[in-house]
Design a protein around this ligand. Structure first.
Ligand SMILES: Nc1ncnc2c1ncn2[C@@H]1O[C@H](COP(=O)(O)OP(=O)(O)OP(=O)(O)O)[C@@H](O)[C@H]1O
Ligand SMILES: [Mg+2]
Length: 520
């Protein structure tokens, strides 16, 4: 003790450290093991290798380990297990024995800038992992074992992942501007999936194929010089399953969802910050895009000034513009992040600016239509468990083919009773009533349509106009549109046989992505 206080007083700290290191080196010449230190932080940032190793180590079965740490993070379902402090863990890789140890030391708290998102975890504890192995395996461990640890941890993370729904923080609560991390999240526990979704099998399979192809194409996108992202535009009346499809996609891909409410964003630069701060492997959703953008001036063909989406009451100068939005899809969006899916939804596709519909912006356009017989069958199966042919279900199918009812409405009817028979009878009465009221409305609207100038049928322009008008319900007589389409299809088939038309679909002015049959 005397000697220790004597050396402490007389020999400077640096010199003592020097001797200590030399002594350590001297001792280490007698052992063939080397150690690799993996710190929790790399400067102020989290060390990803540390995180990955911690996740990986929790998966190694090691009966000799006596101490683990378990935690249940807030709002998560799964318990996180990690290696205990100063515990040894033995792993084997290609015949190499590797010894891991988690070391934790208490030190004095140091200053951490408040903008660091991890500031709450850096206080007085320094954690690092020590990996010991024979020195002859150094290259193999660094080049093969550590990448293997990273790969495994990624897979484990994916398996355990609890889906999150991120929404914008309330700026009134968190202060003006987006200075900190702008998103707040809740666990996304939406039960919708592709089995429960009532859609035609053809469209469903097309979406699944498209998603699978997208996931596999990392190298392809790089090769062709495109950002690894995919845009979906879901359009259709309310209650046809647009939001449910987004949830099903998130569940299928295991991607987090970012719900971007454009009216809550003050200006283009905030939009940019928000997009940059979203994580990879995520779905960014902008619901009801038509309600967020005022396109009236652009439609009239006037030179386009920046279109404000939203004016902040307190700051009239700041705004989100259409060009800002397009920039984030194409320009800036392309350069930040990988494996992103962006989904726009709208109830009125005809109100959208053509710039948003240009090929390359939204890669896939999906029409979520009223309930079809195929969708009806799925709903009956899901809600009532009726799989095979059932007389009442068949009657419902027949009725649904000629009625405009949304899957949401059918779902509501199917929830009415526990008894399938009673439920189906109620549903049929509902459908019949709906059909009646539709017929009455059609008759009324045919009177109105007499006053409407129906476009001439002698050219494609007229047909196109008619098709557009047919979308605006109650203006054009339904059978007039059907007749127009019949004439068009007959004409195209004739031209196709003569060899004048190569592709009847593109002659209809439909893009490749439109999945409607000519009849539709
Ligand atoms: N295709 C569908 N398959 C199964 N259930 C559906 C479908 N469409 C709608 N539903 C049911 O109706 C409810 C509302 O649907 P959803 O919110 O997905 O419609 P939406 O198209 O997003 O409507 P909105 O345009 O109003 O946002 C869902 O919770 C779901 O139960
Ligand atoms: Mg919706």
């Amino acid at each position: 003790m005397l000697l220790r206080s004597f050396t402490r007083d007389l020999i400077p700290n640096e010199l003592r450290q020097y001797f200590f290191t030399k002594f350590h080196h001297f001792l280490s010449t007698f052992t063939n093991d080397i150690s690799l230190i993996i710190n929790e932080f790399d400067g102020l940032n989290k060390n990803q290798l540390f995180d990955a190793a911690e996740i990986y180590l929790a998966t190694i079965p090691n009966p000799s380990t006596k101490c683990f740490r378990a935690s249940l993070p807030e709002k998560e379902k799964k318990i996180h297990v990690s290696i205990g402090q100063n515990e040894d863990l033995i792993d084997k890789f290609c015949g190499i024995q590797l010894k891991w140890k988690m070391v934790s030391k208490q030190t004095q708290a140091r200053y951490v800038p408040y903008s660091n998102p991890y500031n709450s975890t850096i206080n007085s504890e320094i954690k690092y992992l020590v990996l010991c192995f024979h020195k002859k395996h150094k290259i193999k461990v660094i080049d093969e074992y550590l990448p293997y640890v990273l790969e495994r941890s990624k897979a484990v993370k994916e398996e355990k992942k609890t889906l999150k729904l991120h929404t914008l923080k309330n700026q009134r609560v968190y202060g003006p501007g987006i200075s900190n991390y702008p998103w707040e999240s809740v666990t996304l526990d939406h039960p919708s999936n592709f089995e429960t979704l009532a859609m035609d099998d053809e469209i469903k399979n097309m979406i699944l194929d498209d998603l699978n192809t997208f996931l596999k194409r990392k190298e392809f996108y790089r090769k062709v010089g495109k950002a690894w992202k995919r845009g979906y535009l879901l359009f259709g009346p309310p209650g046809t399953g647009k939001s449910s499809l987004i949830a099903a996609m998130a569940n299928y891909l295991n991607f987090d969802v970012y719900d971007l409410e454009l009216t809550d964003i003050r200006c283009n630069s905030d939009l940019r910050k928000l997009v940059i701060s979203t994580a990879n492997r995520s779905i960014l959703v902008v619901e009801d895009i038509d309600a967020s953008i005022d396109l009236s001036q652009r439609k009239k063909g006037a030179p386009k000034p920046p279109q404000p989406i939203y004016y902040d009451q307190h700051n009239q100068g700041s705004k989100v513009t259409l060009s800002g939005l397009l920039n984030f899809i194409d320009g800036l969006w392309s350069s930040c992040g990988d494996e992103r899916i962006i989904v726009f939804t709208t109830n009125h596709i005809d109100k959208l600016d053509p710039a948003l519909l240009r090929p390359g912006r939204m890669d896939v356009h999906i029409h979520m239509s009223f309930c079809t017989p195929c969708g009806f069958k799925m709903l009956v199966n899901n809600y009532l468990g009726i799989k095979g042919p059932h007389p009442l279900a068949l009657a419902g199918e027949r009725l649904i083919a000629s009625t405009k009812v949304t899957p949401a409405e059918v779902g509501e009817q199917l929830l009415k009773s526990d008894d399938p028979e009673i439920t189906l009878r109620g549903l049929i009465v509902f459908l019949e009533r709906r059909k009646e009221s539709e017929m009455i409305r059609e008759e009324e609207s045919s009177e109105v349509s007499n006053q409407v100038i129906v476009p001439k049928m002698d050219n494609f322009g007229g047909l196109e106009e008619l098709l557009k008008m047919s979308k605006r319900e109650n203006i054009v007589k339904k059978n007039e549109v059907t007749n127009a389409l019949k004439i068009l299809i007959e004409f195209l088939e004739g031209e196709f046989e003569k060899g004048n038309v190569k592709d009847p679909k593109s002659s209809l002015g439909l893009s490749e992505e439109v999945t409607a049959s000519p009849e539709e």
